[in-house]
Design a protein around this ligand. Structure first.
Ligand code: 6GU
Length: 242
């Protein structure tokens, strides 16, 4: 998969050289490049922002550098890359969206700062890209960079080969619409706290039942919204008793 990130703070994205995503880049599984928006300006001061038409607080990102940057990363004749525009005004990013994006050949992330990017850029970009304004959730960040770190990690780990043991993708939070069950390791008793006995029993059916119950309990307690959406058809008889 090819990923391009355009930002006025390319250093923010340095963390993508670390850990699993950094390793995937070294292994050639992810072809990831970060671009400095200011390299696409033409004035002496490398200006990327200006005051908003209609007045109001803050600054707006100018269209010209964005058009130059996006044209330079769009590629030729390739099927439309997805242009992800991180914004608190976007659709909320989910695991389902991460799975969808992991199927794409080319993702471009356009990190806005200040009050955002001139709206005409997003309209114009629709000619070359599948434009998707995306939000991490209902709170405000100063810019898209931190959101891009989260999204590239969530998507990148779903690209085949990036996570060494693909089974670890199966039993994680949100993969089945429920939160993950709690996990424990040695020692079996720690500061007077024993590990739940069933996990030491070697009874695999009982362990599976315990974990499923914990998933349901936890999801109901922490995320009642997920229980509402949960498909009742996938509940078994023992689930209903929980
Ligand atoms: Cl994706 N961007 C910004 N700037 N703020 C956010 C966000 C994204 N998601 C939540 N808040």
């Amino acid at each position: 998969m090819r990923i391009d990130v355009v930002s006025i703070f390319p250093e923010y994205l340095a963390a993508l050289e670390l850990s699993l995503i950094g390793k995937a880049r070294q292994d050639g599984l992810l072809d990831l490049a970060v671009h400095d928006l200011r390299d696409f300006t033409t004035d002496r001061h490398r200006t990327v922002d200006d005051t908003p038409y209609g007045g109001g607080a803050g600054m707006v990102m100018k269209p010209e550098p964005w058009a130059q940057a996006l044209e330079s990363v769009a590629g030729e004749g390739e099927n439309r890359p997805v242009l992800i525009v991180p914004s608190p005004a976007g659709a909320v990013f989910t695991q389902a969206m991460a799975y969808e994006l992991a199927e794409e050949k080319h993702l471009v992330f356009a990190c806005g700062r200040y009050e955002g990017i001139d709206e005409r850029v997003l309209e114009w970009a629709g000619e070359r890209f599948d434009v998707r304004p995306v939000s991490l959730g209902d709170y405000v960040l100063n810019g898209g960079e931190v959101a891009v770190l989260a999204m590239v990690e969530a998507v990148g780990r779903l690209v085949p080969g990036v996570v060494g043991n693909p089974e670890s993708l199966v039993e994680e939070s949100h993969s089945d619409g429920l939160l993950e069950y709690p996990v424990y390791t040695k020692p079996s008793a720690w500061r007077e706290r024993p590990v739940p006995e069933v996990l030491l029993s070697g009874n695999h059916a009982k362990i599976a039942r315990f974990r499923r119950d914990e998933q349901l309990r936890r999801t109901a307690a922490r995320r009642p919204d997920l229980i509402e959406k949960f498909d009742a058809a996938s509940l078994d008889k023992a689930d209903r008793a929980t």
